[in-house]
Ligand binder design. Structure first.
Ligand code: UVW
Length: 342
């Protein structure tokens, strides 16, 4: 299809700017130049794992839809393949095999959201009736499959377009810039709009350029880790900064900055506790702006404490980020083990 999937695009969106069939959105801005800029940040060869253990947070406190990972052995007939001696069936063999599988909510812990994660009811046909659409006009049902249908028509995956594998295939490697919101505002809950973000950038001498991935340390994942798998909702609700997705100036800055992705160590990146306006709108205005309008992926629950301390000790804030999601066709989110190299 070489025509846009819409007659009218959302105000403030970039739909069509990267082509009518684009599925990468702002990740298009991570090209060879940005990768080389990232590589230039590798000066000492030190690496940092930016993932939590994937069974953190623990329980279902952050999002009751999402369950912790459950590992089980693979099995064949009656045999379960943990410490399984092949001599059981062929006495001559001396191999012992362990092999497992996992049931995992893909966005349970350290993760990426694909562009199929949050769409909106939007009248892209301009006929007075809103449709369920995603970035670049992709449609529910045609592009992100519905659950309905005969059992034989049901599918193991849903995102025929905009799935996480499109980001994986691009690599998700390039230059990242870390903004330490803990250093700027402390560990308590702070609402960070445009003004606060600009204060933090100025305090930390940070210059953000087109194609950079913006990485935000709020302290939330560190607090979670300290809770050792028993998250305390009363403490967490007051822990760490959250972006104010209802601040138009912040959203305009995200558009104008040219950043390719936002990766945070908190849950949801944005404030979920705001009072909704009477004629509302989106519960997740930052997700709406980034995923739906700009095709700018979000990442959550990263672990940034050690990297932040190291960068601060060297007076630096940029690094090479390597963070490919799983190349899992049709998945809407993905766990990730991001690595910072400095
Ligand atoms: C929600 O559903 C709130 O998703 P996310 O993990 O992207 O915040």
């Amino acid at each position: 299809m070489n025509q846009p999937r819409w007659k009218k695009r959302p105000e403030g969106s970039n739909w069509g700017d990267f082509g009518p069939n684009d599925q990468l959105g702002r990740v298009n801005l991570i090209g060879t130049e940005q990768v080389l800029k990232g590589v230039k940040e590798v000066q000492e060869g030190v690496t940092f794992c930016l993932s939590l253990p994937l069974d953190i947070p623990g329980g279902k406190v952050l999002n009751p839809r999402r369950s912790p990972p459950k590992l089980t052995p693979t099995s064949l007939d009656e045999d379960q393949y943990i410490n399984f001696p092949l001599s059981t069936h062929s006495p001559k063999l001396n191999d012992v095999i362990s092999d497992d599988q996992v049931q995992l909510s893909l966005q349970y812990s350290t993760q990426w959201d694909s562009l199929a994660h949050v769409g909106a009811l939007f009248d892209g046909d301009d006929d007075g009736t809103p449709e369920r659409r995603y970035y670049n006009g992709y449609m529910a049902e045609q592009d992100v499959l519905d659950l309905s249908g005969e059992p034989t028509q049901r599918h193991d995956s849903y995102a025929r377009r905009l799935g996480i594998e499109t980001l994986a295939a691009h690599g998700m490697q390039g230059r990242a810039v870390l903004v330490d919101l803990v250093r700027a505002f402390g560990l308590g809950r702070t609402l960070v709009g445009y003004k606060e973000l600009m204060e933090a950038l100025e305090q930390q001498d940070i210059v953000v350029e087109q194609g950079d991935m913006l990485v935000l340390r709020t302290g939330f994942a560190e607090a979670l880790l300290d809770m050792k798998g028993t998250p305390q909702p009363d403490v967490l609700k007051d822990t760490g900064a959250v972006l104010d997705g209802s601040d138009p100036a912040l959203l305009e800055w995200i558009t104008a900055s040219g950043i390719a992705a936002i990766c945070a160590d908190n849950y949801a990146v944005e404030n979920l506790d705001r009072e909704l306006e009477p004629d509302c709108c989106s519960k997740l205005p930052l997700h709406h702006h980034c995923l739906f309008k700009l095709g700018l992926p979000l990442a959550e629950l990263w672990y940034l404490k050690d990297l932040a301390a190291w960068l601060h000790s060297r007076g630096r804030n940029r690094f090479l980020l390597t963070a490919p999601p799983l190349r899992l066709p049709g998945a809407i989110g993905s766990p990730v083990t991001p690595v910072a190299t400095v």
